[in-house]
Design a protein around this ligand. Structure first.
Ligand SMILES: NC(=O)c1ccc[n+]([C@@H]2O[C@H](COP(=O)([O-])OP(=O)(O)OC[C@H]3O[C@@H](n4cnc5c(N)ncnc54)[C@H](O)[C@@H]3O)[C@@H](O)[C@H]2O)c1
Length: 257
């Protein structure tokens, strides 16, 4: 539950990767604030859990693989069939594949881009006319890994830099039609994606040393910023990459004194 209220009532919002982590929290945040929610992802069961308790006229779960254009076309068509249009897209679905470049099989490199970058491309290409009609907005869940480099994360870093670049380009290209594009950039957040690290507290020290606010991110930390970017209060914000990282990216990278 978000602590503030955000003026998104009645807006139709697609959230991808809504069956877990940040996507689930974002979907529930929109529901709490009166939006009409399409929870999208690959498996129906977790999506239905995300929207459980919501009235059918307020929420629907639709399976879609964002790496597949046909699947995203169907998601968009079903959304419009159900709710009549699209006001907001939150492109949240992503995968993390670590490892140094030379050790990374080509199919894994391609998968990283197919989900993280093509996913955003497919959503915008498929929903473009509807976003123009509603003068809507798109928020990508990017990462601080799209602002600088990390050791052993070549594919993920490159994909998130591409997301940030795409968001900026789209902001320019659609500005004259009133569609806004922004990204939210979290840092290390305790979700399924990072469970291999945070479930063992001994691993967290080096992360905590670099976070000004002294704790790792929670999936709910991005909810308020994403909701805000979807309101008219953010009507003059486009092409922004908003860090939600506890101050991680405020550092030059030099060690804690
Ligand atoms: N957890 C972190 O530390 C962290 C930090 C910065 C940014 N992020 C970003 O936050 C976003 C949410 O990740 P999370 O941490 O909640 O992890 P998560 O693994 O819980 O969420 C990712 C979701 O995307 C879905 N997904 C994956 N491939 C898909 C596909 N092809 N089609 C549709 N859905 C697909 C997954 O099923 C999952 O529900 C991602 O964009 C991630 O890159 C995460």
């Amino acid at each position: 539950m978000t602590t503030n209220t955000y003026a998104v009532e009645g807006r139709t919002v697609i959230i991808t990767g809504a069956g877990s982590g940040m996507g689930r929290e974002i979907a529930r945040g929109f529901l709490d604030n009166g939006a009409r929610v399409v929870a999208a992802g690959r498996r129906l069961e977790p999506l239905e859990e995300t929207i459980s308790g919501a009235a059918p006229e307020r929420a629907v779960a639709i399976t879609a693989d964002v790496s597949d254009r046909g699947s995203v076309d169907r998601l968009v068509a079903e959304t419009v069939g159900h709710f009549g249009g699209i006001d907001v897209i939150v492109s949240n679905a992503a995968i993390y594949i670590g490892g140094e470049l030379a050790d990374l099989p080509e199919d894994q490199w391609r998968s990283e881009f197919a989900v993280n970058v093509d996913g955003l491309y497919h959503l915008v290409a498929a929903a473009s006319d509807h976003l123009v009609a509603s003068k809507g907005s798109v928020t990508a869940i990017s990462s601080v890994s799209g602002l600088a480099g990390d050791w052993g994360q070549a594919a993920y870093n490159a994909s998130k830099h591409a997301v940030n670049g795409l968001i900026r380009s789209l902001a320019l290209d659609y500005g004259d039609r009133g569609v806004r594009f922004n990204a939210v950039a979290p840092a290390f957040t305790a979700t399924d994606m990072t469970s291999g690290i945070w479930k063992d507290e001994d691993n967290l020290g080096p992360f905590l040393n670099r976070i000004a606010l002294g704790r790792v991110g929670r999936p709910g930390d991005v909810v308020g910023p994403v909701l805000f970017l979807s309101t008219d209060d953010a009507s003059y914000i486009t092409g922004s990459i908003l860090t939600v990282d506890g101050g991680t990216s405020a550092s030059t990278g030099q060690p804690h004194a």
